[in-house]
Design a protein around this ligand. Structure first.
Ligand SMILES: [Zn+2]
Length: 282
């Protein structure tokens, strides 16, 4: 088994500190305890003395995301609070009046949470809308079917993607959104706790990773593993997502240098996943 990990170095200290906090939280989680013991990471001193993230990763078990989701009690650290609201990551250089149709984001003068309701949305007169790709599909189909209008839109649509957000942004979604909204679409991929872990910039050449929010690993070119660096209540350590993608170097025309996630797609079928070790089988 080969694990490919690439990451930015500019936030290395924050990233390592958060990784340690997640492992300390994982020590309180039944689902990880025996694997941490086997890795020599069962006591706080062993974790606080770690000097890097990458060498530790192969020592940790891989947990299937379905097991993580279906056994909430086994992966809960009752001594921690759930993560608070996250700041909205605006992909534009300007700050349009943005309706965010999803809970969990900080509100500002220009960014407001609006429930997915035509009346409330129209009254807010959004210049940009951020919503799960599933909700954006409903909006687009509603407008195309004459059931609503959003004439104030003039900047962008932001599509949150992931298993919790209606899946991935497919080419047909981009076609639909362009046909209906005639605005650029920016994808923002959510991690296990709903935090944005990768985002699309104005160059539209893949998704920039946020190295202080999550560790993404590309496993055998077939599977993405994610370790959240932000959730201490439900520590997500090396979750095997049902997604695949390529992690590549930065050097984006937008000026960002963080690595990118390219060709994000649904992973191969479950039969091919059978040969991978999991926490349950390790
Ligand atoms: Zn970029």
């Amino acid at each position: 088994m080969r694990v490919y990990v690439r990451f930015g170095t500019s936030h290395g200290d924050v990233r390592l500190a958060r990784f340690k906090r997640v492992l300390l939280a994982a020590q309180n989680v039944y689902g990880y305890r025996k694997y941490l013991r086997a890795a020599g990471l069962a006591n706080p001193d062993a974790v606080t003395s770690l000097g890097a993230v990458e060498p530790v990763l192969p020592l940790l078990p891989i947990t299937d995301i379905g097991e993580f989701r279906n056994s909430p009690a086994e992966f809960e650290n009752a001594s921690a609070f759930p993560p608070g609201p996250q700041p909205f990551l605006n992909p534009l250089r300007c700050a349009p009046r943005t309706a965010v149709l999803m809970h969990g984001f900080q509100q500002t003068q220009s960014v407001k949470y609006i429930p997915p309701d035509w009346t409330l949305l129209t009254r807010f007169r959004p210049e940009a809308v951020a919503a799960s790709v599933g909700v954006l599909r409903m909006l687009a189909k509603g407008i195309a079917g004459g059931r609503g209008r959003l004439p104030s839109l003039q900047f962008a649509m932001i599509a949150f993607t992931g298993s919790w957000a209606g899946g991935l942004l497919q080419e047909e979604d981009r076609d639909l959104f362009w046909r209906v909204f005639q605005l650029p679409v920016f994808e923002q991929h959510l991690g296990p706790d709903g935090r944005v872990v990768a985002w699309e910039c104005e160059a539209h050449r893949g998704l920039h990773l946020l190295p202080t929010r999550a560790v993404l690993e590309e496993l055998d070119h077939r599977h993405l593993l994610v370790t959240s660096l932000t959730d201490l209540r439900r520590p997500a350590v090396r979750l095997r997502t049902r997604l695949a993608g390529t992690i590549a170097g930065g050097n984006c025309p937008c000026g960002e240098t963080s690595p990118k996630l390219l060709e994000l797609r649904n992973a191969v079928d479950s039969a091919e996943r059978e040969d991978l070790p999991t926490a349950a089988s390790a």
